[in-house]
Design a protein around this ligand. Structure first.
Ligand code: ZN
Ligand code: ZN
Ligand code: ZN
Length: 233
C-alpha cells in the first residue's frame, strides 16, 4: 500500500518542475527517509488538448502529459489511469525541513560542493545560528504573503531546481519568474531549459503550455525568492 507522508519528491529527468505546491504531502512507496528510488503516484488533471484535438491530461508528479494512443491502451490493459513515467524512480526527502522565514533573519541558502543545500539563518532574539544541510527543503510560504498565489503552502527547493538555478546564475542567463497565465503558479525551467532563454513556458502545476514572458528568460521561483526575501546561491 502506498503511504501519504509529509515530503518532497522530484523527477530525476525533467525540463520543468513543480516547486510551489498546494500540499505538504506526497503519496507513494518509500524505502528510506530520503533517496532516489521512490515510486510516487501520478497526480493527473485535465490540461486542454493535444494538437490533434485529443483530450490531454498533465501529471503533476512526473511532469509529463497523458492521453496518447499508448496511454489509452495502457489504461485499457491495466484499468488504471497512469502516465508513462509512473514507474520511474524519483528523488525524495520525507519529513523535510520546513523553514519559516518570519522566525529568522540574515538567511542564506547555498548549494554546497557535495550537492547539499546549506541553509543558514539567525533567530530574531538572541541571534542563535540555525544551520541545516539537506538534499531538499521547504520554505513556508504562509510567512511570505503576496509572493506566490495563496493556494501555495510551501516552496520546495529540490536538487534539480538548485542545480539549474546555480548553473543559470553562473552562465549569466537573463532570469526572472514567469507566472502561468492559467493558474498563476510560478514556472520553473530545468536542465537545458535553464541554459536556453525562451519566451513560451509550460506550467509544471497545471500543464498549460502557452504562457509567454515579455522577453526570453530562464524562469525560476528561486529568483523571486532571492529578489524579495533572501540571499540564495
Ligand atoms: Zn505520472
Ligand atoms: Zn520556461
Ligand atoms: Zn499553470
Amino acid at each position: 500500500m502506498p503511504l501519504t507522508l509529509p515530503g518532497i519528491c522530484w523527477p530525476l529527468q525533467a525540463s520543468t518542475g513543480h516547486l510551489a505546491v498546494t500540499t505538504a504531502h506526497i503519496t507513494g512507496h518509500f524505502r528510506a527517509g530520503a533517496g532516489e528510488d521512490a515510486i510516487v503516484l501520478c497526480d493527473l488533471l485535465p490540461a486542454g488538448k493535444f494538437r490533434n484535438g485529443a483530450a490531454r491530461h498533465w501529471c503533476r508528479t512526473h511532469q509529463c502529459y497523458w492521453g496518447t494512443q499508448a496511454d489509452l491502451a495502457d489504461r485499457q490493459a491495466s484499468q488504471q489511469m497512469r502516465c508513462r513515467q509512473h514507474a520511474s524512480p524519483m528523488g525524495y526527502v520525507l519529513y523535510p525541513v520546513l523553514f519559516d522565514p518570519s522566525q529568522f533573519h540574515a538567511t542564506t541558502l547555498r548549494l554546497g560542493p557535495d550537492g547539499l543545500l546549506q541553509l543558514r539563518a539567525r533567530t530574531g532574539d538572541g541571534g542563535t545560528l540555525l544551520a541545516r544541510n539537506a538534499a531538499a527543503l521547504a520554505i513556508d510560504c504562509r510567512a511570505l504573503p503576496g509572493l506566490f498565489p495563496p493556494d501555495i503552502v510551501q516552496l520546495n527547493i529540490t536538487p534539480p531546481a538548485a542545480q539549474a538555478y546555480a548553473a543559470a546564475l553562473q552562465a549569466a542567463m537573463p532570469m526572472d519568474c514567469s507566472d502561468c497565465a492559467r493558474c498563476g503558479h510560478p514556472h520553473l525551467d530545468l536542465g537545458s531549459f535553464a541554459l536556453a532563454p525562451h519566451r513560451r513556458h509550460s506550467c509544471g502545476h497545471c500543464g498549460h503550455d502557452a504562457s509567454h514572458s515579455a522577453t526570453p528568460i530562464v524562469s525560476t521561483p528561486l529568483w523571486r525568492l532571492r529578489r524579495h526575501y533572501t540571499q540564495c546561491f
